[in-house]
Design a protein around this ligand. Structure first.
Ligand code: NAG
Ligand code: NAG
Length: 257
């Protein structure tokens, strides 16, 4: 793994992986540590709607089951954490003001289970982010997180926001060698607010709708990890992110370096 060069973009990313030091029991999410009381499982068939300064969990029947503050000013001031936790390796593209990202697809295989388990957590995902630290991401996870997990690979779709909340679809165990098709899609926009769906198209129960949010302009492929203490805490071999396909509204594929 390489130490990353400092840059404005990287500081923006680090905002999403910082460790909150106050506010009760902390659990891990793919957006960093969060207060356990602000980490929510999405009910089956449910969705997330950003309305004003709130984010609502809406169950399949249409009732609002929870209203959380989406005001970043309410968030606990996070403390910077060790560079070697959080985003370990990643590739990214920032939309320079072209048409909105319409879809972002990635395929990869579930790696072998790591040879050692020291309580580490490894996340592999593609993600979209606004100009800020919120994130929408179909995530492959090894080890524990606020969604559950343990000494096995599992998937869930997450939305972690910059107000301290994290939302996830129920964790679904997957097997080494299994192919994962992850996609984040723009489903609607009025030009001001944007609706997205994120899921593993071939793993039922992982779909998450998130409506009424700012445009997601930053696309990333990421290895994120916590509490790794030995090389063997990572899976052996290499995990190839393939079939990466990013389209803009209108069907254009931008040239991506
Ligand atoms: C999610 O969004 C898609 C596309 O807009 C829609 O077809 C689907 O019914 C939505 N699902 C839920 C649970 O709201
Ligand atoms: C992104 O956010 C930063 C800081 O909040 C702001 O200075 C910058 O102008 C924003 N960029 C765009 C393209 O909105």
């Amino acid at each position: 793994m390489h130490i990353l060069p400092a840059s404005a973009v990287i500081s923006l990313l680090l905002a999403s992986i910082t460790l909150a030091t106050q506010g009760g029991e902390q659990v891990l999410t793919p957006g960093g540590y969060r207060s356990k009381s602000e980490v929510y499982e999405l009910p089956t068939g449910g969705r997330l709607a950003h309305v004003g300064d709130t984010i609502q969990i809406i169950e399949a029947g249409g009732s609002v089951t929870h209203v959380a503050s989406a005001d970043a000013a309410d968030s606990i001031e996070p403390a910077r954490q060790d560079f070697l936790e959080g985003w370990i390796a990643f590739a990214w593209w920032l939309n320079p003001g072209l048409a909105p990202i319409a879809s972002f697809r990635t395929t990869w295989e579930v790696p072998p289970v790591p040879e050692t388990d020291h309580g580490q957590t490894v996340f592999l995902f593609n993600a979209l982010q606004p100009n800020g630290s919120s994130i929408l991401q179909p995530v492959l996870q090894y080890g524990p997180s606020g969604a559950g997990g343990g000494s096995f690979w599992a998937v869930a779709t997450w939305h972690v926001d910059d107000a301290g909340n994290a939302f996830f679809t129920p964790l679904v165990p997957v097997s080494p060698g299994q192919t994962l098709n992850a996609i984040i899609t723009l489903t609607n926009t009025d030009g001001t607010t944007f609706d997205y769906n994120a899921q593993f198209t071939n793993v039922p129960g992982t779909a998450m709708n998130l409506t009424g949010v700012p445009q997601l302009t930053f696309a990333a492929e990421t290895l994120e990890a916590y509490r790794v203490t030995a090389a063997s805490d990572y899976p052996s071999g290499s995990s190839v992110f393939s079939g990466i396909d990013l389209t803009l509204a209108g069907g254009v594929r931008p040239s991506i370096a």
